[in-house]
Design a binder for this molecule. Structure first.
Ligand code: HEM
Length: 466
């Protein structure tokens, strides 16, 4: 097995489980002072501007540097990528020792064989499976429209993304109540709440409360998901899926990295990295379109024109849906799900006159470059036309980072674009979402950039054209 994967999904006591939520050394805790209030990103941006792109934060035992310039991103993600390692401390329970967390030869060995499941040729094969998940969501939304009740959109798009990943990558119907799993995932990703979950102020001291059980329950639930998927019946009986690849790799005696634990951790990674981010993007897209009705009409017109009455779009259709894609790209500029990417320095370095020592953490603030007027005109405005054909050439390198950069960039970015292009066009032409929450939406900064309190909508069926 790997040098580091020995504890990934090992059984732990309830107490250990709960303690692994909200580890004191987690960098996410150290950043919590910046995450308070309704405009935490504004605070981060103002600080970065004032400090000329580098905000050094001195903690008791370590230093964190927030970075907000494209040159910094070029340095840590490309030029000196091998001396800035992934830093996922505090999130081990959710990711284990999967590809997204490891570095060096181990990372290469884990990523390389999986790359073939993320190739355009394979994406075309995924389309009917993605479509099946969208059809199912459409049926559920018809019931929502009938009931007239309001609901929270991120949870709704999360269960859609989860259904899509489960069918396309694993050839399984998601075997567990997806909403319950969403709840468990949130127990991790709402990092700022971990302490409250585990501890309660009592008199002068901090004492543990029984919610430790609930925290442990969330972790236990999360741990059971991959095996439940593996042990459920194949959905279509496809021979080559990411899941069958894991099984082949597991059976290969020449590749000891891939044992069962590694496969489990990879699956957990996909069920988070491939769902939360895609779901947030889709939910923010729906919000943006309801705020811009003329753009909503253009998305609908594109789906009508290109998909028409077909049961599902073809690969070529999806490439032609350029307006819908621009809406999604612009949404990820203003609401990048991965608002910051963290690395740990392994060697001494200097960034804009700041000495970086081994062990120091650097936090690349993607949100800040996306909202910087040096790189984007009127960054506060939602303008999908920024992503029209030909516009990309004018863009400053690394000023658009929704999927990261360099060799550690997202493996599933293109898949996410396909999922959201298919879902957005088809769901919006059938339904009229009505946003019933507050505007502007305050942010809650956790591992991802989420809407504080969620995005609440009602749905209506659209009147069919005569
Ligand atoms: C809108 C949707 C998505 C966004 C915004 C997003 C964003 C990102 C970002 C920023 C990274 C780089 C993290 C870093 O450098 O620290 C990343 C990595 C990754 N993403 Fe995504 N992602 C999305 C969808 C997906 C999907 C659909 C999958 C798979 C089904 C996926 C799987 C991964 C994996 C496995 C990595 C780790 C790659 C590596 O370390 O080699 N992501 N993602």
């Amino acid at each position: 097995m790997t040098d580091t994967a020995d504890t990934a999904s090992a059984p732990k006591s309830v107490k250990d489980h709960a303690q692994s939520l909200g580890q004191e050394h987690s960098i996410w805790f150290k950043l919590t002072p910046f995450m308070k209030g309704d405009d935490p990103m504004g605070t981060v941006n103002r600080l970065l501007k004032k400090m000329n792109g580098v905000v050094p934060i001195k903690m008791r035992d370590e230093k964190i540097f927030m970075l907000g310039k494209v040159e910094h991103f070029d340095r840590i993600f490309v030029k000196k990528v091998d001396q800035y390692h992934k830093f996922f401390s505090g999130l081990e329970p959710i990711f284990g020792k999967s590809m997204i967390t490891v570095d060096g030869a181990l990372w290469q060995n884990v990523r390389t064989p999986q790359q073939k499941s993320f190739h355009p040729k394979v994406y075309a094969e995924y389309i009917p499976h993605l479509q099946s998940a969208i059809d199912r969501k459409e049926e559920m939304w018809a019931k929502r429209a009938e009931s007239g009740e309001s609901f929270e959109m991120v949870e709704e798009t999360w269960t859609l993304a989860c259904d899509m990943i489960s069918k396309a990558l694993f050839d399984r119907e998601f075997p567990i109540n997806a909403n319950a799993v969403y709840g468990a995932v949130k127990a991790y990703t709402s990092v700022g709440n971990h302490k409250e979950l585990r501890l309660k102020k009592e008199h002068d001291g901090l004492v543990e409360v029984t919610s430790e059980e609930a925290a442990a329950g969330a972790i236990e639930a999360w741990h059971t998901v991959p095996d439940a998927i593996i042990n459920s019946d194949p959905w279509k009986g496809r021979e080559n899926t990411l899941l069958t690849l894991f099984q082949e790799l597991e059976a290969d005696p020449d590749n000891p990295t891939y044992d069962h634990e590694q496969a489990i951790d990879e699956m957990k990674q996909y069920l988070w990295a491939g769902t939360e981010t895609t779901a947030l993007t889709m939910a923010w897209c729906v919000y943006n379109l309801t705020q811009n009705p003329e753009m909503m009409e253009k998305v609908r017109a594109e789906a009508d024109e290109i998909i028409g009455d077909k049961a599902e779009p073809t690969w070529d259709d999806l490439l032609k849906m350029t307006y819908t894609r621009s809406v999604i790209q612009e949404t990820m500029r203003m609401y990048p799900p991965a608002w910051a990417l963290i690395r740990e320095a392994k060697e001494e370095d200097e960034i804009d006159g700041h000495k970086i020592m081994p062990g120091d953490k650097v936090v690349a603030c993607c949100y800040s470059v996306h909202m910087n007027e040096e790189y984007w005109s009127e960054p506060e405005k939602f303008k999908p036309e920024r992503f029209e054909k030909g516009q990309m050439k004018k863009r400053v390198k690394y000023s658009y980072m929704p999927f990261g950069a360099g060799k550690r960039a997202c493996i599933g970015g293109q898949l996410a674009m396909i999922e959201n292009t298919m879902a957005l066009g088809q769901l919006m032409r059938r339904f009229e979402p009505e946003y019933v929450g507050v505007t502007p939406v305050p942010f809650n900064i956790t591992v991802t950039l989420t809407p504080k309190g969620g995005l609440h909508f009602k749905l209506h069926e659209r009147k069919k054209k005569a």
